[in-house]
Design a protein around this ligand. Structure first.
Ligand SMILES: Cc1cc2nc3c(=O)[nH]c(=O)nc-3n(C[C@H](O)[C@H](O)[C@H](O)COP(=O)(O)OP(=O)(O)OC[C@H]3O[C@@H](n4cnc5c(N)ncnc54)[C@H](O)[C@@H]3O)c2cc1C
Length: 479
């Protein structure tokens, strides 16, 4: 059984609802939705956490919404009684986005799980937010269509959470992230106002791009009740190549060679030496290897592309081996190893924090060098894997003893600072949530943060929808 030790979330700036207001809201929710859609007390305890290391207060009530009307009614009642609401899908988020920082209502949308339409002519899907991403992949592929975004949590995470976090995944290098596929949204605002933003057409420039604003808004602007997604034709063929290197710097150089030759694999996943150690039990790996690239190409001219990729990978220093997967079963085994990385590396220590910083691709090697230096200077254990094609690296810090936490925090801050110095960004896919809010001022000016706070006020003047997320606490040292 997986055992995660979590830190109790402290957000004194987040206002909790008055107990009497909560009681009135609960009575109204019970009347409007029925007791079977509400969880209270211990029954709602598992909704305090997501896949980050923070634990929020117990929600006063969890609403198990099963229709857009349930969402609407909940947001109307919550605003009337000024009770905070935290939207939630599968709870696989890595930055505490679905953790109820203010207690109040957790609005669970996992039961809105209908695929309403898969349209082969217009190449789009209309789905509810609780549809599991991997299940949507399978349904689209049966129709000869393809929904590219593939977070490694795809067997659990849901489209609503993916849209709220603007999720990416290994295939983002070629196909882009969730934002590129969201055409339109059914959204319910705080107070219960239902809206439809966006369209069903591929082109469309009417008014402000409100869909783009909602994508990546981390549950702070509105609650999605329906998502219209653009699909593309299913690629006819796929080839998977595994390249092994003596060390991560030889691996970084191979990434530069591949990109420099204009080759665009759909995935280019990097694993460093310590990450390889964690999966050696599952996948047999040459003992000389100190780093690995898992690459995938798809499309029509597959043989040519595979050959060009193989050449680019092999023609450099520090190459141990380059192997092409021979069949679907081998491909599946390699990807199972990659998708299990997060869980496998978690077993290496009592605590693990996985960051998702992004640097320009040309700076990957420099970031890896800086991470090594941060580790040495602060005596912190670390490992790195990630989406090298996008420069999006999961730098993980590991520790066993609680007394090590201050040096982990120092290492995290140094990582964030190094990322920004190299022209990068704090998050490529996990969002800011609560765990990274304090670092936001390292990347964004106070004017920009204030502008975003003003936008939030337009949608949610009383700051009731997912409070305590994205923005640093007022008066924070970095503000
Ligand atoms: C093993 C593992 C691997 C992962 N790999 C990746 C990866 O490759 N790429 C990647 O991008 N992420 C990855 N993640 C992180 C996570 O899976 C994604 O952030 C995912 O998009 C979260 O989806 P969810 O359904 O779990 O959302 P939740 O965690 O439930 O919620 C995430 C956010 O969405 C908001 N939200 C949820 N539902 C709604 C709604 N209906 N309307 C409005 N807001 C809503 C919540 O308030 C919260 O802020 C990984 C996580 C794990 C555990």
């Amino acid at each position: 059984m997986r055992y995660v030790i979590r830190v109790l979330l402290v957000t004194p700036e987040v206002r909790r609802a008055a107990p009497s207001a909560v009681e009135r809201a609960k009575i109204e929710l019970d009347r409007a939705l029925g007791a079977s859609k509400l969880l209270v007390g211990e029954a709602g305890a598992s909704y305090r956490a997501d896949d980050s290391d923070v634990l929020g207060p117990s929600p006063d009530v969890v609403v198990l919404a099963s229709s857009a009307e349930d969402v609407q009614k909940t947001l109307a009642i919550a605003e009337r009684h000024e009770v905070p609401v935290t939207p939630r899908a599968a709870g696989t988020g890595r930055t505490g986005g679905a953790v109820p920082a203010a207690g109040g209502i957790v609005l669970a949308t996992h039961a809105l799980a209908q695929v309403k339409d898969i349209d082969r002519v217009d190449m789009l899907a209309v789905v509810q937010p609780g549809v599991v991403t991997g299940a949507l992949h399978a349904m689209c592929e049966k129709e000869g269509l393809f929904y590219p975004p593939d977070p490694n949590s795809l067997d659990m995470c849901m489209i609503g959470g993916n849209v709220a976090e603007n999720a990416g995944g290994p295939r983002a290098f070629k196909y882009g992230v969730t934002r590129e596929y969201v055409l339109g949204l059914g959204v319910c605002l705080m107070g219960g106002h239902a809206l439809h933003v966006g369209r069903r057409t591929v082109k469309g420039v009417t008014g402000y791009d409100m869909t783009a604003l909602f994508v990546g808004s981390e549950g702070t602007l509105g609650v999605f009740t329906e998502v219209t997604l653009r699909l593309v034709p299913k690629p006819p063929q796929i080839a998977t190549i595994l390249a092994l290197f003596t060390d991560v710097h030889a691996c970084g150089a191979a990434v530069t060679r591949v990109l420099g030759r204009g080759i665009r694999p759909r995935c280019l996943e990097l694993l460093d030496a310590k990450t390889l150690e964690a999966i050696r039990g599952q996948v047999s790996i040459d003992p000389r290897a100190g780093a690995m690239l898992l690459c995938e190409v798809d499309g029509e001219a597959l043989e040519d592309e595979t050959e060009r990729l193989g050449e680019a990978l092999s023609q450099g220093e520090g190459v141990v081996d380059v192997l092409v997967a021979q069949d679907a079963a081998q491909r599946a085994r390699l990807w199972a190893g990659r998708r299990a990385l997060s869980t496998a590396t978690r077993k290496l220590a009592r605590h693990k924090i996985s960051e998702d910083v992004v640097v320009p691709r040309s700076k990957i090697s420099e970031l890896l060098r800086r991470v090594d230096r941060i580790g040495e200077e602060n005596a912190t254990r670390h490992l790195t894997y990630g989406h090298a094609g996008d420069g999006n690296l999961h730098v993980n810090f590991l520790w066993d003893d609680d007394s090590e936490r201050p040096k982990i925090d120092r290492s995290l801050e140094l990582l964030m600072r190094a990322t920004i110095e190299l022209g990068g960004t704090l998050s490529g896919e996990h969002g800011i949530g609560v765990t990274k809010a304090e670092y936001l001022p390292l990347e964004q000016s106070s004017e920009l943060i204030e502008l975003q706070r003003s936008i939030k006020k337009v949608f949610d003047p009383k700051d009731l929808l997912n409070p305590g997320k994205i923005f640093p606490a007022k008066g924070h040292k970095a503000c």
